[in-house]
Design a protein around this ligand. Structure first.
Ligand code: CO
Length: 150
């Protein structure tokens, strides 16, 4: 018991420190049958250590007709990811396999569906130039926005 109590105290202190540090922030964005997102900008507080982005498709059209995903990347990488994603095709979710330029992405969904992606903000630089977009062919011209961290 003499050794167990200090160990338990250490464990509790450790867990408390971890929960004070870890903060998962939730973001929801919707896409529709008019090929539009309901947000043109997402701002994430620098205190968020993780972010859970939920994409909802509020339309009725199927994924192979009006599919949407939510892809996060540096703005400068967007065009390249989009072009390679188009070549990769529907089966690959319009993302080239192992594309290291992609910071995070949901799967491609159709009307009535939703998908959530959770990732650590350690991957992001405060004030970096990031964008989100839909990688379904032809959608990124309309379906895109700024992602601001910190
Ligand atoms: Co789309």
């Amino acid at each position: 018991m003499r050794k167990l109590i200090p160990m338990l105290l250490l464990l509790c202190t450790g867990l408390m420190a971890q929960s004070a540090f870890a903060k998962t922030c939730a973001v929801t964005i919707a896409g529709d049958d008019a090929m539009k997102f309901d947000k043109t900008e997402i701002k994430l507080d620098a205190s968020c250590t993780q972010v859970a982005v939920t994409l909802k498709h509020t339309g009725k059209l199927a994924a192979n007709v009006m599919g949407h995903d939510w892809v996060l990347a540096k703005t400068s990488d967007m065009a390249g990811i989009d072009a390679d994603g188009m070549k990769a095709g529907m089966a690959a979710g319009f993302i080239k396999a192992g594309d290291a330029r992609v910071i995070a992405h949901t799967k491609v969904i159709g009307g009535g569906q939703s998908d959530t992606v959770t990732f650590a903000t350690a991957k992001l630089s405060k004030g970096g130039d990031y964008s989100f977009f839909c990688s379904f062919p032809g959608h990124s011209s309309l379906m895109k926005g700024k992602f601001v961290f910190g």
